[in-house]
Design a protein around this ligand. Structure first.
Ligand code: 3PG
Length: 338
């Protein structure tokens, strides 16, 4: 049976709200919207169970694609998906081209540099993130990595303590503030800079002392923790000159994105400055070169800041709820492609 486009669109709108549409006693149209969770790095099972509960409670169907290694599997899986939940999975124009029914994609997490927003917008697809849902997990990992670094990677040699050290937080969003909160518990002096906040706004949080600019943060602090997104402005911005401003024994911690680091510049600096340490949750492209700085470099084998059951539950279920809310009420609160 041929269905006119305007009629189909009308039905789709109604079916988003109520999956069973009674046209008449004889004609009942039943359709389940499909929500695909595509995660190369899977959520904890308990989080997937929670997502399933939300999806099914709302009358939708859940499809799962986990640990995929071939992008063709993603292309196949999105072909009939109405909604998509991802983590750092790349949602490129090609993925969008294969997703003919897609209406919404939610990045279960904070950074959405993995979504091709232009391609989404061109197709009228709403793109969202779930800000704040995994930030405590990332902040706890930062502090764990810091203890590991100042204790010489637990090699048995005498290390140092975090108490009384100056911690600089670059970008004072959800993760940055959680880092500040925990660092205060360690007795650290916390400083912050955020290009999108005034000094008064930072100081008003009572969690950090604002510094005038990025340079001042590196000049002032013993440790700098990066919480900037990867954007055209920030890519490669953490470079030789900037990190070189840190005083002796400086530690750079990265739980943000590898793209913000000018790797060649940092390698050059670490070769010259044998006192500096680089600790990262995102393996650099030049991992092999950084490994030459034994005792001064550590990278997690796979990004794991947000890899806790709690963060997976928070971000995954928030994503599922945002999708249901969007379909039922049109709520676009967390839209990032406006
Ligand atoms: C984020 O942007 O939310 C974090 O970097 C976590 O990313 P992940 O979901 O790939 O672990």
């Amino acid at each position: 049976m041929e269905i006119r486009d305007d009629v189909r669109e009308g039905f789709e709108k109604k079916l988003r709200k109520e999956p069973t549409y009674v046209f008449s006693d004889e004609i009942k149209i039943y359709c389940k919207m499909k929500v695909l969770v595509a995660t190369e790095k899977p959520f904890a099972k308990v989080a997937v169970d929670g997502i399933r509960e939300v999806v099914e409670k709302n009358g939708y169907e859940l499809a799962l694609l986990e640990k995929y290694t071939d992008v063709n599997d993603l292309y196949k899986a999105v072909a009939d998906a109405d909604a998509l939940i991802v983590r750092s999975d790349k949602v490129t124009k090609e993925v969008i081209d294969h997703a003919k029914n897609l209406k919404i994609v939610v990045r279960a997490g904070a950074g959405y540099d993995n979504l091709d927003l232009e391609a989404c917008t061109a197709r009228g697809i709403v793109a969202m993130n779930t800000p704040g849902q995994n930030s405590n997990a990332v902040a706890e990992l930062v502090m764990g990595m810091l203890v590991y670094a100042v204790r010489n990677f637990y090699n048995g040699k005498s290390g140092s303590e975090l108490m009384g050290k100056k911690l600089g937080i670059l970008a004072f969003g959800n993760v940055g503030r959680n880092v500040a909160r925990i660092a205060k518990g360690f007795g650290m002096d916390v400083y912050a800079y955020d290009a999108f906040m005034t000094a008064d706004q930072i100081n008003a949080t009572g969690m950090a002392t604002a510094v005038a600019n990025q340079d001042a943060l590196f000049e002032t602090c013993d440790i700098v923790s990066l919480h900037i997104p990867a954007t055209a402005e920030t890519k490669q911005s953490i470079n030789y000159n900037l990190v070189g401003k840190m005083h002796k024994g400086g530690i750079l911690v990265n739980s943000a994105r590898k793209e913000v680091i000018d790797e060649a510049g940092l390698l050059k600096l670490m070769a010259e400055r044998t006192d500096l340490k680089y600790i990262t949750d995102i393996m650099p492209d030049a991992d092999a070169d950084f490994k030459a700085f034994e005792g001064r470099y550590f990278a997690t084998p796979k990004k794991m800041g947000a890899q806790t059951e709690e963060a997976n539950i928070n971000a995954g279920i928030a994503a599922a709820n945002q999708i249901a809310d969007f379909f039922k009420t049109g709520n676009k609160k967390f839209q990032v492609n406006k």
